[in-house]
Design a protein around this ligand. Structure first.
Ligand code: NAD
Length: 307
């Protein structure tokens, strides 16, 4: 399959590297010149449980240098950059191109639907982890899965074909019509751990050192999933509280991306996580006092970091 990946940071490069290794025609597209330049000259240095190697059978380009229509355009920018990134690759979105988002948060379908008709938007969620080690160098340890579906819920051959291609690349993908529950459960998990760590400066395990950390996290999960349930999505709060407790018990020293962004003076994905849930709750008359307070505090932390 001809696959272009816009936003080729940690996740985009991991997926791109594995998809190239399994025989797809992959182009990484990014505005990070140091990273793109390193991949172009030396290949992508990819470290996974399968070992560390240089993947050279892929292209790495700035958006304006990319040409030709891919079959699949995979969006892996942070959510705050989705619209700008899709504008930058508008010339690659031909009449048959499908666009897939496996980004975190809510609102991804709506943003992509500004660029392609809804029947060509695929949405999903992934539990694969990845980190940028440096320009041209990405690592991912452990295992994950991908679940995806057509955003309009209609089963089409292309969706299964994408799932097969990802699975063949080792990414363990299923085409799954209940993906919205998984997306919301991940939003609840991230709204809890990311925003509390971002405003407190705590690592995930440090939230377990006083009862307040776990209590706040569970309150956020309860609030976020109350919105999902009101919208008719079949989420599982007990599973989500369990995942949060497990992360607090096991993720020693882990700084979630929202904390990393605040510390680095970058804007975070809070608007598509806590912000998107608060926006949906308003018209439903659901109050989310903890989630909304954390949203305000992350916004203040972003402002402080940028100053
Ligand atoms: P990242 O910051 O490593 O990569 C994002 C890339 O997008 C960067 O390389 C950046 O230069 C690029 N970019 C920004 N603006 C662009 C533009 N206009 N055009 C082209 N490229 C542009 O982020 P990441 O960790 O790979 O995360 C990507 C998404 O996946 C996020 O929504 C994140 O929440 C989600 N996610 C991350 C992980 C993880 O473990 N890293 C796991 C699951 C989901």
């Amino acid at each position: 399959m001809k696959i272009s990946i816009v936003g080729a940071g940690a996740m985009g490069s991991l997926f791109g590297g594995l998809l190239a290794e399994s025989g797809n025609e992959v182009t990484l597209i990014d505005v990070n010149d140091a990273h793109i330049g390193a991949v172009r000259t030396q290949g992508l240095r990819l470290a996974t449980d399968g070992g560390e190697r240089q993947v050279t059978a892929l292209k790495a380009l700035r958006p304006e240098d990319a040409v030709g229509f891919p079959d699949l355009l995979l969006v892996f920018t942070k959510t705050l950059h989705t619209s700008a990134a899709l504008s930058g690759v508008g010339h690659l979105i031909g009449p048959d191109v499908h666009v897939l988002s496996l980004q975190n948060g809510l609102g991804n379908v709506e943003k992509i639907a500004g660029f392609v008709p809804p029947e060509r938007v695929l949405i999903g969620v992934t539990t694969w982890p990845a980190d940028m080690v440096g320009p041209g160098h990405v690592q991912s340890h452990g295992k994950g899965v991908v679940r995806l579906m057509a955003a309009d819920g209609i089963e089409r051959p292309f969706v299964s074909q994408v799932a097969e291609v990802l699975t063949k690349a080792g990414l363990d993908c299923t085409s799954d019509r209940t993906v919205w529950a998984a997306i919301w459960e991940k939003v609840a998990f991230n709204a809890a751990l990311n925003s509390i760590c971002a405003v407190s400066g705590c690592t995930v395990d440090e939230l377990g050192k006083v009862p307040d950390g776990s209590r706040l996290a569970n309150d956020v999960v309860t609030e976020v999933l109350s919105v999902a349930m009101r919208m008719g999505i079949d989420v599982d709060p007990a599973k989500c509280w369990g995942n949060v407790a497990n992360a607090i018990a096991r993720h020693r020293g882990h700084k979630p991306s929202m904390l990393q962004d605040v510390l680095a003076g970058r804007r975070t994905e809070v608007e598509s996580i806590n912000g998107a849930v608060v926006a949906l709750a308003g018209p439903l008359n659901i109050k989310l006092p903890v989630t909304e307070t954390l949203l305000s505090l992350v916004r203040l932390a972003e402002t402080r970091a940028n100053a």
